[in-house]
Design a protein around this ligand. Structure first.
Ligand SMILES: [Zn+2]
Length: 451
């Protein structure tokens, strides 16, 4: 698999100079643990100023003084998205309102929006964390960076923006807007680095190709992508279509935004910035730790966030942790890519299926674009799944026989990956809706409200 990537992973890419932005990224583990413990005690103290945390800590019978080792983390109560909703808009604020200098929020696609706040020191911390993963992934002061994240309540745009400036690179805050305009700006301003969601990076590649541009016509060399789960196959697809190295990063607004974890040049997992966050990997049902290296739900405790600290925040993101040392010298535990969300998981005829599995299957089939939509319904007693798959431009000239073969091939791959038979519908290139934000991959007609 790695051979089709433009650079094999597991080693630093040729000409890639591994550089730390902050020596704290390579703290020896014992020093890191001591720092985490001290900061955890401070965080519990800070959280206890918030009425709803004070109550939860009281119910759990634990206070800052009871935190004597990192194992005591497990005595702390969990925080869930609903706690943020219940405390709408800023009931979880742990500092006086006049110390707040920024407010971000998450979209309200599955309910009320939620807000998080930042003090001046929080913004400084956040900017430094973003600068760390950008530098780990090759950003240098001489680069020009095209940011195609929206600028708004969403943390992606502003989070990356200030991190890029901190490194000293030139930022093009292109924001939303139409894709041909992005392609033109990237070309005219000679950006070497692209920042957006992975699905949007692929779309930029499609539009550039449709305009007759080859990867060599753009100065782009690498990209930092985040904001939604993606697969290794999609990484290779983006790398091929734009002629770049694609780096993965991770974060969520409830915790701070982008900057919780990011890939180094080795690109085998994202280093969690453990001097600022403790990450646990738990079985979402039992809430007990999963065996080492297995996929579980990430649960994150902030260690330095002042305005809206979080204790054991259940992210719903499913990923594995890798505690083996990394050749780059960073000591932060590495998290694997997010393979799904514990609440995105579809249960089809009793089998757990993640949209990312369908994507993985489609990317194994030449001739299809990785644009798809899964429609789930229950017309009778059984769940039925239809997958609409876009053809690549050019395939419409093909013979009917080839189309049937393609459908069969997709059917077989999806069945191999998920164990489920789904009905396949091929649709014209460009027929599925594109979005500059998170791509919509599932419509579940079984639910009254669409997730
Ligand atoms: Zn590394």
């Amino acid at each position: 698999m790695a051979s089709s990537s433009i650079v094999a992973r597991g080693a630093l890419p040729p000409g890639f100079e591994n550089r730390l932005y902050d020596p704290a990224e390579a703290l020896p583990r014992d020093e890191l643990s001591a720092l985490q413990l001290r900061r955890l005690q401070e965080t519990v103290e800070r959280a206890a100023r918030v009425p709803s945390y004070r109550e939860a800590l009281g119910r759990a019978g634990v206070s800052a003084a009871d935190i004597r080792s990192l194992d005591d983390l497990r005595r702390l109560p969990f925080t869930v998205k609903d706690d943020l909703r219940r405390n709408y808009p800023l009931g979880l604020l742990a500092v006086p309102r006049e110390q707040v200098v920024r407010i971000h929020g998450s979209s309200g696609t599955t309910g009320r929006p939620t807000f998080v706040a930042y003090t001046r020191r929080d913004l400084d911390t956040w900017t430094g964390l973003v600068a760390r993963f950008l530098v780990a992934g090759g950003l240098r002061p001489e680069h020009t960076v095209h940011v195609a994240f929206g600028y708004g309540l969403f943390t992606g745009g502003f989070g990356l923006h200030y991190g890029i400036e901190r490194v000293g690179a030139a930022v093009v805050p292109a924001g939303g807007g139409n894709t041909p305009r992005h392609v033109r700006l990237i070309q005219d301003l000679g950006a070497q680095v692209l920042i957006c969601t992975p699905s949007y990076a692929l779309h930029i590649g499609e539009v550039a190709a449709a305009e007759g541009l080859r990867p060599d016509d753009l100065a782009l060399r690498f990209g930092h992508f985040g904001g939604e789960p993606w697969t290794e196959e999609l990484r290779q697809e983006i790398e091929r279509s734009l002629g770049i190295l694609a780096f993965n990063n991770y974060g969520l607004s409830e915790v701070i935004g982008p900057g919780v974890a990011g890939e180094c040049g080795v690109r085998e997992g994202m280093h969690v910035q453990e001097d600022h966050f403790i990450v646990e990997c738990l079985d979402p049902k039992t809430l007990e730790p999963v065996p080492e290296g297995e996929v579980g739900e990430l649960v994150i405790t902030s260690l330095t966030k002042e305005a809206t600290p979080v204790l054991r925040y259940r992210t719903r993101d499913l990923a594995a942790l890798d505690r083996r040392p990394c050749p780059c010298g960073r000591t932060g535990v590495r998290m694997g890519r997010v393979v799904g969300r514990s609440d995105d998981m579809l249960i089809i005829r009793g089998v757990n299926v993640f949209p990312s599995q369908v994507e993985e299957a489609l990317l194994r089939v030449d001739g299809t674009a990785p644009q798809y939509l899964i429609e789930v319904s229950r017309p009778g007693a059984l769940d039925e799944v239809k997958v609409k798959v876009e053809l690549r431009p050019g395939d419409l000239r093909d013979e009917m026989r080839q189309m049937i073969e393609l459908k069969d091939r997709i059917d077989r791959e999806i069945h191999a990956v998920t164990g489920i038979r789904m009905s396949i519908e091929l649709v014209a290139p460009g027929a599925l809706e594109r979005s500059p934000g998170k791509a919509r991959r599932v419509i579940d007609h079984r639910k009254a409200a669409v997730a």
